[in-house]
Design a protein around this ligand. Sequence first.
Ligand code: ZN
Length: 417
Amino acid sequence: MMGEGYKVSEAVQKVYDRLANESAVKTGIEFLAADHSATVAEQIAINEVAAPPFKENERALFYMAKLQELGLADVQQDDEGNVFGVFRGCGNGPRLFVSAHLDTVFAEATDVTVKERDGKLYAPGIADNARGLAAILAVIRALRSSGVQTVGDIVFGGNVGEEGLGDLRGIKAFFRDNTDIDGYITVDGVKEQIITYLATGSRRYEITYRGPGGHSWNAFGLPSAIHALGRAIAKIGEVRTPSQPKTTFTVGTITGGTSVNSIAADASMLLDLRSASEAELKKLETEVLALLQVAADEENARWGSSAIRVEIKLVGDRPAGEQSPDLPIVQAAWAASEAVAVPPEFGPASSTDANLPMSLGIPAIRLCGGGAEGNNHSLDEWYDPANAYRGPQKIFLTLLGLVGVAGVSEPLLAKRG
Ligand SMILES: [Zn+2]
């Protein structure tokens, strides 16, 4: 288990001991257990509003109405499609952003109706990320019903564009437009034990070789786009990357050519490069991109030509993030987890909305919505809500420690510059 032997500082522990004994905080924690069925019902309702990639707006508007009903201030939708509102603190505290992604990986025609069997819920997206979205609404309800007065502001929202070629467009736009955020938590995934503070970066490219093309017999002697692509793939296949920090590459798909008896005029591949370290990712990217031109040059040299060209298009860019596990935001999540009797665990580096703020130097973690799941990103996705309220309980308590509670604890999250 990752995080074995990890200990929070005395100062952080003191904050959590105090919070755990505060009656408004206890009321909020109890509320979340009692709210379990309502949270799950809301999760089902959210899931049944489809949110295909780049077409999240119906769900966004549905979610925005919920934020309004819960009485948040300044509820709005930005130009990118994100929806959010503010739970106001009593002033002068840090400003924390908490969001879950609205989008799914599923195409428009997918049936997102939720079916229940033996206590489990079955539907594409029901865990990733209808659970995260519902967990956030439950936490806002708990803040309201407990009457707890925070010091700092908490901005709660649903963001667009996390999955696949969405390429974090929602969270990128949010942090571009809102420069006053001191910390970020994404609620993504379900297993409530997990705290993720490391982010896998990725760079994705569409690479296309182009040439004159021609008849395989009559035009023999012309360079081929497919042969150039093949040379490139062979070179990429020989690249060596470190296992620590884990750094990976793959040519995910290839397309091209016209027919069996044609010299190919075009050939493309989609290339995925990843690393837990931004420096290693850059190094790998530089090495691989240089090989692409070498492959074109070799194909041209083979036929005494200069006709093959390579086009390189960046189609995905998620920065890697390396943070210390001793950051207050990580310690707070750990202590909050222990306080609600959820044995905390650090998750491996992963790729979520938290990547982006981390790369900007803004403390960020991923927490989960609670429960168990299987087959996520597939049509057979399922969710088990047994004891899932412990997810929202952990999030609720993490937030309170970070933004502070008036008369009880100072914020653990620092205001930036
Ligand atoms: Zn997700």
